[in-house]
Design a protein around this ligand. Structure first.
Ligand code: WTA
Length: 568
């Protein structure tokens, strides 16, 4: 099987168990490009590199995707995926979709999602995944901003796409539609199978994904085909995917982890990729691991804490002998989780750090050096990370400052959709990309996360913007003002706490509280409903009127108020 990765051993040779430092100093991105068959100056397509390339290399019969729906499993080989993604790309071509047009994918993880995503990218269009938990108003917001020509959804979610309000939308394709002209299965099975890969310039976009900041509505982060070598390299070196691995990433594809490491990295490395519906309990999770004999598992601290707190004599009940590697991302990994994992699975959890904007892992624990519990690890070869002060000067070990990355790594976002000024903000101190995270580095080069500079909230490791929730809260007539913070929570990381100023015509009651929560639920999403609402006489603001969420946080968790700058 060496034929599949003709240069594979070269990379691994450079980077064996004792040799992080050597790999770090000698690695060049061209090495990774060569392994995935990219030639200098040639046009590329990440979907082709993920799927078709393996078929060409004689691995067509290998299982690419296992869909585990709980009651049954579906298996797709790399050849099946090549065939289906070609057909989907042809469906788009038949609909007149041109390079660069947007295709919205509003569906939960299911085979149709993965086929549509890869088919979209193969056709040269830009995929816009929208988390399936969003309600009508929120979906309308994302689609109005991204202006897709076509949307793909499921029968159950179809009603949340308000065609009339999205002028760009020419067609909606639905799984389980009665109308042949819009039925996903009918269209895909009657489309031609001939390959239609659109060869792209590396810097051409392939993905537009919305994520939250502390101000404004969610922003559309744009990613290009140029990230391919980094998805491949981190998949190989951090996820440690090898021939024969069965890989499972628990993240929903509405979140970047579910795309970069739920699609690109496993397929680029030729793994068998397990996808399944939402996990509702620890039993579900262990069943997926056991039934599919998962070997490499990429998950979140939240899910691990959830399992830790619902320990159910796992190893007696489920045989998890195949599992050899656990990794996490999204929020700090508590050392206690690592102790539990070691006791339970006899495996240490390998943390990794990155952001929607970075596209791929930046700092991680590779297999080749020991994990220091509580640290995010070291920069992956090919990227340079530093701790800087306000002027952009690098700080020495153990001094806390902003985590910054030297701009120009392959998977770096190429823009913020329609808002150039927001993009520039990230790069305002040359040569850095500013992460907004606080951290320090130790003498051995490990990075330690300390917190966020802004008010971004992390719930179950997913990023939530307080502003989106505040905006929905004040749409209720009883709410004059609203301020939202993340309140620390032992299991979920944070939960949503809202402070509101009540309109004088209303009296606070449990019923009113439920009514306000319901309005957030129906307009935004169930997972964005505040867990606690506290009524207060006024909200703390700066002189310029900016809401000071940090003061709200100090009301909640008692930080010293002198920590706050009030002069703005
Ligand atoms: C946080 C996509 C601590 C961090 C992966 C970052 C982490 C934000 C870690 C990005 C980690 C991510 N330890 N914090 N290992 N990984 N974060 O774009 O604050 O949804 O800026 O993540 O998550 O969130 P996003």
């Amino acid at each position: 099987m060496k034929m599949d990765f003709p240069q594979g051993l070269r990379l691994m040779d450079k980077f064996n168990l004792d040799d992080y430092d050597h790999a770090y100093t000698t690695f060049r991105w061209e090495d990774a490009e060569e392994e995935i068959g990219w030639k200098p100056g040639e046009r590329v397509n990440i979907a082709y590199s993920c799927i078709d390339r393996h078929v060409k290399n004689g691995r067509g019969n290998k299982i690419a995707l296992i869909y585990d729906s709980g009651d049954r499993r579906e298996f797709y080989t790399y050849r099946d995926m090549e065939n289906a993604t070609n057909r989907f790309a042809n469906v788009l071509k038949d609909c007149g979709i041109q390079k660069g047009e947007r295709i919205a994918l509003f569906m939960p993880p299911c085979p149709e999602f993965y086929i549509s995503l890869l088919g979209t990218v193969k056709a040269g269009a830009i995929a816009v995944p929208v988390h399936s938990k969003y309600m009508k108003d929120a979906v309308t917001g994302f689609l109005t901003d991204s202006e897709p020509s076509l949307a793909v959804t499921t029968g159950a979610l179809r009603a949340r796409i308000e065609t009339g309000k999205i002028p760009s939308l020419r067609k909606v394709i639905t799984t389980e539609s009665r109308d042949a002209d819009s039925d996903w299965r009918h269209l895909v099975s009657s489309a031609e199978e001939k390959p239609v890969t659109e060869w792209m310039d590396r810097r051409e976009p392939m993905l537009l994904l919305y994520t939250s900041g502390s101000t404004g509505s969610p922003k559309g982060v744009v990613h290009t085909h140029a990230g391919t070598p980094q998805y491949y390299q981190t998949g190989r070196w951090v996820l440690d995917i090898k021939e024969g691995d069965v890989y499972w990433c628990t993240a929903d594809p509405g979140w970047i982890t579910g795309i970069s490491y739920g699609v690109w990295a496993p397929f680029l490395n030729g793994a068998t990729n397990v996808v399944c519906k939402e996990i509702s309990g620890p039993q579900d999770c262990y069943k997926v691991l056991a039934k599919n004999a998962v070997t490499v598992w990429y998950t979140t601290p939240s899910l691990l804490r959830f399992l830790m707190n619902n320990d159910c004599n796992i190893l007696k009940k489920y045989r998890l002998k195949s599992l050899r590697k656990i990794l996490s991302v999204g929020e700090p990994l508590n050392p206690i989780v690592n102790r539990w994992s070691l006791k339970t699975f006899n495996l240490v959890v390998h943390d990794s750090w990155w952001m929607t904007e970075t596209g791929a892992m930046i700092i991680a624990n590779c297999s080749c050096f020991p994990v220091k519990p509580g640290s995010m690890g070291k920069p992956v070869p090919g990227v340079y990370a530093a701790i800087i002060n306000e002027d952009g000067a690098e700080l020495p070990p153990y001094e806390m400052g902003q985590l910054a990355i030297r701009s120009g790594w392959p998977a770096m976002m190429s823009g913020i959709w329609k808002v150039e000024s927001k993009y520039r903000e990230y790069f305002r101190i040359t040569p850095w990309y500013l992460t907004g995270d606080l951290a320090y580095r130790d003498r051995q080069g490990y990075f330690w996360f300390q917190g966020r500079i802004d008010d971004v909230i992390k719930i179950n490791s997913e990023r939530v913007g307080p502003f989106e929730i505040e905006s929905k809260l004040v749409e209720h007539p009883a709410v004059d003002e609203a301020g939202v913070i993340g309140k620390p929570h032992p299991m979920h990381g944070e939960i949503i706490k809202a402070f509101i100023v009540l309109n004088s015509n209303y009296t606070w009651s449990d019923r009113l509280c439920r009514e306000i929560c319901d309005s957030v639920r129906t307009k935004l999403a169930d997972r964005l409903v505040p867990c606690e609402i506290e009524v207060c006489p006024g909200l703390p603001r700066t002189r310029s009127g900016k809401l000071m969420r940090r003061v709200l946080k100090s009301w909640e968790v008692g930080l010293p108020p002198h920590d706050f700058v009030t002069t703005e």
